[in-house]
Design a protein around this ligand. Structure first.
Ligand SMILES: *Cc1c(COP(=O)(O)O)cnc(C)c1O
Ligand SMILES: [Zn+2]
Length: 448
């Protein structure tokens, strides 16, 4: 069976196409973003039941490269790539965590957290990077003049790019906003041998520079305006549905910054609907930090206009973005999925993340934004307690320990409601017994 895919301009009045091995990130005719389009007619020749069976057979198996959560769906991603050129670190296949205790605090009974951070570089960015770096390897093998792969990043894209490039033996270059990413995020690309450019600007500033330098075709652009990333990331929705035995949940909440991931989530779910694997679409909620909320502001204007903003410093540093590249795709997704956008303050996101931790998670601040938005939408009656809700956790909490340390030391400028502090005491039995006696008298109770 031969399946095909190509780049296509997302502007419906243009629709220009380009082969996947051309070095192009935006439409040359109208400047719009591109997306990967698939030959749906060919894909439809296989029944929905047969796709499900194939994906189940491959899921988490040892059969290279199909055990990867991304490459197990290869025909839907990059059907024509040679297996030899696939650069996979067995990304995807992440735990769908049943948040029973957190849900009880909220009065919900069907809440799940998709732990996308439980993967090689610690964030969902691996899902897209495996696809992009594999395509680069294929293009280099065909003689393309690519010398290095470059990205601007709020910390997780650069970590993923650096590790996949290191595994493939390709040079990576990352542009990072100085002081605006965590130490773990800085040391990842350093360790993986990337050329690290640490710049006195914010993410939007790095993004402008990277678009300039990648006009040189020997430097290939790895930001999510390159729609190869979106192709890999779209498996997250497919995987969630598969983990529920092919039933779509009612609501999916996802934190949004540059808005590539929400576009990807929608694309995967829509493909499942087009190919008959699901009949109903979930509602999609984008959660933004109040200090970096351009999409939320546009949502309040019914998406009639969009204005970039200056994003202010937020604990949710990976979504501190004022001018999201994938804005048009995200708005399209929200319209298709009966979408909602809600925001969370610093206090709300930090307390929600900490409460999640107290019920067995280990959240990054972006997941905190999504959990805070869940709490707000429940209170507002926009999500019903009977609904099945999935929160997409975008990164591992271990990448963001500085924020957690500050929280539990009460060094943030708002009340930290779920603080847990170590008890310092001399190493004597009587002191330990006394401390235990006092501590165990208290009952643990949480509320929101
Ligand atoms: C990249 C990232 C996001 C935002 O994803 P976008 O595609 O930019 O909207 C959210 N959380 C984490 C941890 C990220 O690394
Ligand atoms: Zn175009």
């Amino acid at each position: 069976m031969s399946y095909r895919a190509w780049f296509q301009c997302i502007n419906p009045e243009c629709g220009q196409t380009y082969p996947l091995n051309s070095i192009v990130y935006q439409c040359k005719r109208c400047d719009s973003l591109l997306e990967v389009q698939h030959d749906l007619k060919a894909l439809k020749r296989r029944s929905a039941a047969s796709w499900k069976k194939l994906f189940e057979k491959r899921y988490m198996s040892n059969e290279w490269p199909y055990g990867s959560g991304v490459w197990g769906k290869k025909e839907w991603i990059l059907p024509e790539i040679a297996d030899d050129n696939i650069v996979s670190l067995y990304e995807g296949g992440t735990n769908l965590f049943w948040a029973e205790r957190f849900a009880k605090v909220l009065g919900l009974n069907d809440l799940w957290i998709k732990l996308c951070g439980n993967t090689h570089s610690g964030s969902f960015k691996d899902l897209g990077m495996t696809v992009l770096v594999s395509q680069v390897k294929q293009m280099i093998s065909e003689g393309a003049p690519i010398k290095a792969v470059v990205c601007a990043s709020t910390g997780d894209t650069s970590a993923a790019l650096a590790t996949y490039c290191a595994a493939a033996g390709i040079q990576s270059i990352v542009l990072l906003p100085r002081g605006k990413i965590s130490i773990a995020q800085l040391i990842q690309p350093i360790s993986n041998g990337a050329l690290v450019l640490y710049l006195d600007t914010d993410f939007d500033g790095c993004m402008r520079l990277v678009q300039e330098i990648t006009k040189d075709e020997t430097l290939y652009l790895a930001n999510s305006m390159n729609s190869l990333r979106v192709e890999g990331q779209k498996t997250v929705g497919v995987e969630i549905v598969q983990q529920f035995d092919w039933k779509a949940p009612d609501v999916i909440i996802i934190p949004g910054g540059n808005l590539g991931n929400v576009s990807a989530l929608g694309k995967g779910l829509m493909m499942m609907k087009d190919l008959g694997l699901i009949s109903k679409l979930p509602r999609i909620v984008v959660a933004q930090a109040e200090r970096a909320n351009p999409l939320y502001r546009a949502y309040l204007r019914n998406f009639e206009t969009f204005k970039p903003i200056h994003a202010r410093k937020t604990l949710a540093s990976a979504i501190q973005i004022g001018n999201p590249v994938s804005i048009q795709k995200a708005i399209r997704t929200l319209k298709q999925f009966n979408g909602i956008v809600e925001q969370a303050t610093e206090e709300e996101l930090a307390n929600a993340a900490a409460l999640g931790d107290r019920t067995g998670m280990f959240n990054c601040p972006h997941t905190g934004v999504a959990l805070a938005v869940l709490i707000k939408l429940l209170k507002a009656g926009k999500i019903d307690k009977s609904e099945r809700v999935v929160v997409i956790s975008t990164a591992h909490g271990l990448k963001f320990v500085e924020m957690k340390v500050k929280y539990h030391q009460r060094k943030l400028d708002f009340p930290c409601r779920h603080v847990n502090q170590p008890i310092e005491l001399p190493a004597r039995l009587d002191a330990v017994k006394d401390a235990l006696h006092k501590a165990l008298k208290k009952r643990i109770r949480f509320d929101v």
